[in-house]
Design a protein around this ligand. Structure first.
Ligand SMILES: [Zn+2]
Length: 174
C-alpha cells in the first residue's frame, strides 16, 4: 500500500506528460472489437473507418458445422407442435442474412412451453431488428400533445404517436 502511495504521483505525472491523464481508456486495451460492441449499434462504422480510428475489428468466420441437415428457415413448420426433436441436429439458414444458426435444447423447451414458433432469423439479425425499433440517440423540440408545453423528445416530429410532457404523462399513468 505504501509503495502504491509513493508510486501514484509519479504515475499521474507520467500520464499527464503522455496526455493519457483524464482520457478514455486507450483503444488497444478494449476487450471487444468495435463491431462486437454496442457502439456499433448506435454509431455504425465501416471496417476501414473503425481501423482508421484505432479500433479493432473482428469478423467471425463461419465454421461448417457437422450436422445431419441444413434447412432454409422458410421450410420450418410454422407450428411448434410440428417441430421434431431432430431440429437440434439441424442447421437453419437465416431468411434475411443467409447465416447459419442452430437451436439448443433449452431454447426448444422454452418455445414449446410458451407455444412460440421457432425463430427464422440468425440471432444477430434478430438483434438488429430489435435495435431498429428503438428511438435514435437524438432529441427534437416538440409540443406536449396534451398541454402544449415545449418538450424535448426522441420521437421525431413526423411520428404519429402522442408525446406527453413528464407532468401530463405521470398524471395519465398514475
Ligand atoms: Zn403536458
Amino acid at each position: 500500500m505504501k509503495k502504491y502511495e509513493r508510486l501514484i504521483p509519479k504515475l499521474i505525472e507520467h500520464m499527464k506528460n503522455s496526455q493519457e491523464w483524464g482520457s478514455f481508456w486507450p483503444f488497444a486495451h478494449l476487450p471487444f472489437a468495435y463491431n462486437e460492441s454496442a457502439a456499433m449499434d448506435y454509431f455504425p462504422l465501416t471496417m476501414d473507418e473503425a481501423l482508421k480510428r484505432g479500433f479493432r475489428w473482428r469478423d467471425e468466420e463461419e465454421k461448417a458445422p457437422s450436422v445431419e441437415k441444413v434447412i432454409p428457415a422458410s421450410q420450418l413448420p410454422d407450428r411448434i407442435q410440428d417441430i421434431p426433436d431432430d431440429v437440434l441436429q439441424w442447421v437453419i439458414t437465416c431468411e434475411t442474412s443467409g447465416k447459419s444458426f442452430r437451436i439448443i435444447k433449452q431454447e426448444l423447451d422454452f418455445y414449446r412451453r410458451m407455444h412460440l414458433p421457432l425463430p427464422r432469423e440468425h440471432p444477430e439479425a434478430r438483434h438488429k431488428r430489435r435495435m431498429g425499433m428503438r428511438n435514435p440517440y437524438k432529441l427534437w423540440m416538440r409540443s406536449c400533445s396534451k398541454c402544449g408545453n415545449k418538450i424535448e423528445t426522441s420521437f421525431a416530429p413526423e411520428r404519429k404517436e402522442n408525446v406527453y410532457c413528464e407532468e401530463c404523462y405521470l398524471k395519465e399513468v398514475y
